[in-house]
Write a protein that binds this ligand. Structure first.
Ligand SMILES: Nc1ncnc2c1ncn2[C@@H]1O[C@H](COP(=O)(O)OP(=O)(O)OP(=O)(O)O)[C@@H](O)[C@H]1O
Ligand SMILES: [Mg+2]
Length: 295
């Protein structure tokens, strides 16, 4: 089974407006809700590509219930941990004025965290666990390490898509895949990486620290993959008209995991296609959008 973890999922309320007049009553022309949070995005793309998966998430209130219902409707298995207080957040997105207001979300208490760690005990050999995104302030910032430490003797494959020390601190537990984007990679090494040699050298450094496969995404500039067998691949990005790049990285992670059934090279191609497809639409792309990039 493939599991994703989302500590602070969201309903993104997208309002299509014209100009906004501050201090006045404004009206939107149409509204749409998309389900958000990095782990949730990965789950949605996996499901769109036909990969069975389970979304583990902390949720609360009626918005949490709605999120779980929507995921189930998409054939995603859910293992939600419900918090007693607060509600799963609603983020307000105003694309016309390129503005968003992201809510804080509920606090995760000790009891819920315990329930989460108990859930992890049911993971088995060959399961895949995706850990993506930042950690909410109410949680210990070493939680990814704690999760991986707990799973280290189980042969669970972990995928970590996080920034800075949050990522590098997990490397000692040998994540199966990490997917820094180029800015995150530059942030880790505190210097600009301007050519293939510099990118691959940095990726190799992360391998020396413990990562097995390193996928470096560079938005419209393509992606590099350094595999655990020492092979390296480059895949150019597809030429698209960008609608919203939100979730492109998460879609890439999902496409890569699904493509692993075949080969590393195909995984890179499917990840690249899934990223491009999602960047071309609002929300996470459907299967047909992804496969039209695969010839
Ligand atoms: N403008 C684009 N044109 C073509 N493909 C794109 C574009 N933006 C993203 N992609 C595809 O999606 C992949 C992941 O995108 P990107 O490098 O922006 O990830 P990210 O920064 O991690 O995104 P996220 O905001 O989801 O974390 C790219 O490697 C590429 O294949
Ligand atoms: Mg990313």
């Amino acid at each position: 089974m493939i599991y994703t973890v989302t500590f602070n999922p969201a309903l993104d309320y997208i309002m299509t407006t014209g100009e906004i007049n501050i201090g006045k009553t404004n009206r939107s022309k149409s509204e749409e809700i998309v389900y958000g949070g990095k782990g949730i995005n990965v789950s949605v793309m996996l499901s769109n590509l036909g990969a069975e998966n389970t979304a583990i998430a902390f949720a609360a209130g009626f918005t949490g219930k709605e999120l779980e219902r929507a995921l189930k409707e998409k054939n995603i298995n859910t293992e939600f941990i419900y918090l007693e207080k607060g509600m799963t957040r609603i983020n307000l997105k105003l694309p016309y004025i390129d503005t968003e207001i992201n809510a804080a979300g509920p606090e995760i208490d000790e009891k819920a965290l315990k329930a989460f760690f108990i859930k992890l005990e049911s993971l088995k050999e060959k399961d895949i666990l995706v850990l993506a995104g930042s950690i909410p302030k109410s949680l210990p910032q070493n939680i990814y390490e704690r999760i991986m430490e707990k799973l280290q003797h189980k042969n669970v494959k972990t995928v970590v898509d996080a920034e800075g020390e949050l990522l590098t601190n997990t490397l000692k537990y040998k994540p199966f895949l990490i997917k820094p984007n180029i800015h995150e990679l530059e942030g880790i090494f505190k210097k600009a990486l301007t050519n293939e040699n510099e990118v691959l050298t940095a990726a190799k450094e992360l391998q020396k620290m413990g990562a097995l496969n390193v996928l470096v995404s560079m938005g419209g500039e393509g992606a590099y993959l350094l595999t655990e067998n020492g092979e390296s691949y480059y895949k150019a990005a597809h030429k698209i008209e960008v609608k919203s790049a939100v979730g492109a990285g998460d879609s890439m992670v999902a496409g890569f995991i699904k493509g692993m059934e075949n080969s590393y090279e195909y995984a890179l191609a499917l990840g690249t296609a899934a990223g491009a497809a999602t960047a071309s639409v609002n929300g996470i792309a459907e299967k047909e959008d992804v496969y039209k990039f695969i010839k």
